[in-house]
Design a protein around this ligand. Structure first.
Ligand code: COA
Length: 259
């Protein structure tokens, strides 16, 4: 199958404490995608098209309203409420910041989570100080630095994401500051976190923003996890290698969902 055109997906809106949250809908499959810093639901277009499910625009992103966000837990609250309103519970797939959010949804609202797909993310997500500093004063420089580390090849998607990041550099800064504070490393190391739902880990072999060792850490600390490493892909693995990505996701979902 060739991936090219963007199919415009239907959108649903849910209201959470007076904040309108927009959700792109592929099919009614119970998988809920959470995007990364400075991005939006469009990041999951190839998965919505083929695998199905729902992709949220987090507050302050895409077509969703603005909201006060100070931590990954704040985003997790909105995601859990959206899941409750739409399908009650779901497999939660999160990329980078979205992967941190997915972990927090599982930990804070386990009743909404049937499984996790952690993509290019980590138990801790420290951010290079150079990126954070430049985002405030020289956003172009910061965005180049991020994208150099995020893509294996600078193709079409690269240009689109570059424009999006530059347009949303304030939100990107907020998101990366929130990532920088996210840290569950010792809780995993000391077995204070026990994940007992199925977990799929997907990492691009060439990822320099969240290196493969972050995925290996999860594999070593989550007995119910399975790690898939995709070659010739970096951080944006779901956009860079959609066929391989979707194939891994589909076979994982086939074991969990009854459809
Ligand atoms: N999973 C497993 N191990 C992790 C981890 C994670 N999510 N995050 C950090 N660690 C490990 C490191 O591998 C390192 O182990 P080592 O001492 O065996 O090499 C140790 O914990 C120290 O962590 P580190 O993050 O390297 O802290 P630091 O303060 O030394 O470095 C950065 C901070 C920002 C330089 C570094 O985290 C980095 O290069 N990050 C990637 C670039 C980036 O900005 N990514 C954005 C992600 S949203």
């Amino acid at each position: 199958m060739k991936y090219q055109a963007i199919i415009t997906m239907p959108e649903i809106e849910v209201e959470i404490d007076d904040v309108v949250v927009s959700i792109a809908k592929g099919s009614g499959r119970e998988i809920f995608y959470v995007h990364s810093s400075g991005s939006d639901a469009e990041q999951w277009k190839y998965q919505l098209e083929t695998v199905g499910g729902y992709a949220i625009d987090l507050p302050n992103h895409g077509k969703s309203d603005k909201a006060e966000i100070n931590s990954v837990d704040d985003y997790a609250y909105y995601v859990s409420e959206a899941i409750k309103q739409i399908c009650g519970k779901a497999v939660i797939a999160g990329h980078s910041l979205g992967g941190a959010v997915a972990q927090k949804v599982y930990l804070n609202y386990p009743e909404t989570c049937m499984g996790l797909v952690l993509v290019g993310t980590g138990a801790r997500l420290r951010v290079l100080p150079e990126i954070l500093e430049n985002l405030k004063t020289k956003p172009e420089k910061a965005v180049e630095l991020i994208l150099d580390m995020a893509f294996y090849r600078k193709e079409n998607e690269y240009r689109k994401i570059r424009e999006k990041y530059l347009r949303n550099s304030d939100v990107l800064y907020l998101d990366l500051s929130v990532c920088d504070k996210f840290d569950l490393l010792n809780e995993y190391r000391e077995s204070r976190i026990k994940i007992d739902v199925p977990v799929l880990l997907v990492f691009g072999r060439e990822d320099r923003l969240t290196p493969l060792k972050y995925g290996e850490f999860f594999r070593n600390h989550i007995p119910s996890s399975h790690l898939v490493v995709i070659d010739e892909a970096s951080h944006m693995v779901m956009l860079e290698k959609p066929e391989e990505f979707n194939s891994a996701l589909d076979s994982f979902l086939g074991k969990i969902l009854s459809d």
